[in-house]
Design a protein around this ligand. Structure first.
Ligand SMILES: NC(=O)c1ccc[n+]([C@@H]2O[C@H](COP(=O)([O-])OP(=O)(O)OC[C@H]3O[C@@H](n4cnc5c(N)ncnc54)[C@H](OP(=O)(O)O)[C@@H]3O)[C@@H](O)[C@H]2O)c1
Length: 389
């Protein structure tokens, strides 16, 4: 048995601090052996005190570019949570250490080119050691991954077959982004601008399903009126990562959604007729990640903004023009931080306490490794609801 159930690496960052606060508040009664880790002891001490964690909460230090220190960290934990990003700049040595030592790992990565490189370089090691590595355990992409999984399970139950086409439709979403997310998006854009092979991966919906080329996918970039939600829809920025993760889940699970599965994600825009069209077209032109003026690392939405945030996503499975099933996934905090910090903590606990482990080493999505167990945890503890409508 490892010394710690969970080590949280990056506890001093904007999102990491929220994860630490959640663990301290909800699992600080001695039932969980956990530690906060980062590169600076004094900063860790400050965060521990500010979030009200007990003074004897273990604090561990390691630099993101120090493989020996990270291996030592991985050896002391059953599960590592890492919120140190951009992952393409800082993430590989810790992931490699977990793959080598058989330590379970969850992150918040939404950087597909880096994820594909990690699959190519470390999946075989993780399979051999038994390490369960799970990417994208935040708003990108748990609600989408599990929403599609649930609507397909319902289609299977009602019609005896999966839907060949699912639409993810964001009906409501209130929240903004942090400095770390801004930096990660910038790093992905810079990498794609410098290397055509990275750009190719970014636009390939099957980039995380190595060796599989599925059918042509819906574009998702063109505003249009969508009968499925009786509203205009516009492009959704996070679709780039979510759609790839959804296809990876289908790939890893042996294609329960079918080899001909088609999926896109778009934002529902308020307004009917010409008003709706104009709003959808305006939204399509907006890119909040453009320009250099974003929050700095360590900055993000206020507590008030996090607590008043929320989201509501519909997953419409279209069997034929007449047969449809809709599932909704809702969250009770802003998507990127209030809700994400609860999701990644519960994903780690799921790996620790109820996820499958025997023979499950490898690089996973939550939807392929532990969909039902994680859904139950998120409903019980993290303010998510999953409803068949
Ligand atoms: N999937 C999702 O839905 C989702 C949601 C939220 C965030 N994210 C991702 O999560 C990541 C973190 O975002 P954030 O806003 O929390 O970032 P942040 O506030 O900038 O925090 C980054 C963390 O990384 C640490 N760090 C940076 N360089 C390091 C190094 N060389 N060695 C050790 N630690 C280092 C920082 O330590 P110091 O405090 O010492 O500087 C800090 O703890 C980003 O990649 C973001 O895209 C994803």
């Amino acid at each position: 048995m490892a010394e710690f159930d969970i080590i949280l690496y990056g506890a001093t960052g904007f999102t990491g601090r929220l994860v630490a606060e959640y663990l301290a508040q909800h699992y600080g009664n001695g039932s969980l052996r956990w530690a906060m880790a980062g590169r600076s002891l004094s900063k860790l001490e400050q965060v521990r005190d500010e979030i009200g964690a007990p003074a004897d909460t273990p604090l561990l230090t390691a630099g993101a570019d120090d493989p020996a220190a990270l291996k030592a960290l991985a050896e002391r934990a059953s599960v590592i949570i890492t919120t140190v990003g951009p992952y393409q700049l800082h993430g590989e040595p810790l992931l490699a250490a977990c793959a080598q030592t058989g330590t379970a790992y969850v992150d918040l990565c939404g950087e597909p080119a880096w994820m594909r490189a990690m699959i190519d370089r470390h999946e075989a090691t993780a399979k051999a050691s038994g390490a369960r590595i799970v990417f994208s355990c935040g708003f990108d992409s748990i609600p989408f991954d599990l929403g599609v999984w649930l609507v397909q399970a319902e289609a299977q139950r009602r019609f005896g077959r999966p839907a060949p086409r699912v639409k993810g439709r964001i009906r409501a979403m209130k929240g903004t982004f942090s400095g770390g997310t801004f930096a990660s998006a910038k790093a992905s854009m810079a990498a794609a601008a410098n290397d055509p092979s990275i750009l190719k991966l970014m636009i390939d919906p099957f980039a995380l399903a190595p060796g599989f080329a599925g059918p042509h996918q819906p574009n998702g970039m063109v505003p249009h009126y969508d009968d499925a939600v009786a509203a205009w829809v516009a492009p959704f920025m996070m679709a780039v990562i979510n759609t790839k993760n959804v296809h990876r889940t289908n790939f890893l699970a042996g294609q329960p959604y079918g080899a001909d599965f088609r999926y896109d994600e778009m934002m529902v825009v308020p307004g009917l007729g010409e008003v709706g069209r104009a709003a959808a077209e305006a939204l399509a032109k907006l890119n909040p990640m453009s320009g250099d003026k974003g929050p700095a690392p360590g900055e993000g939405p206020s507590r008030e903004a996090r607590e008043s945030g929320h989201y509501d996503i519909a997953f419409v499975a279209e069997m034929s023009s007449e047969e449809r099933v809709t599932v909704s996934v809702k969250g009770d905090r802003d998507p990127g931080y209030g809700s994400t910090s609860k999701m990644i903590a519960e994903a780690a606990l799921c790996l620790l306490r109820d996820g499958p482990s025997e023979g499950k080493g490898g690089i996973w999505t939550p939807g392929a490794l532990m969909p039902e167990a994680l859904k139950q945890r998120l409903e019980a503890h993290a303010g998510l609801t999953f409803t068949v409508e």
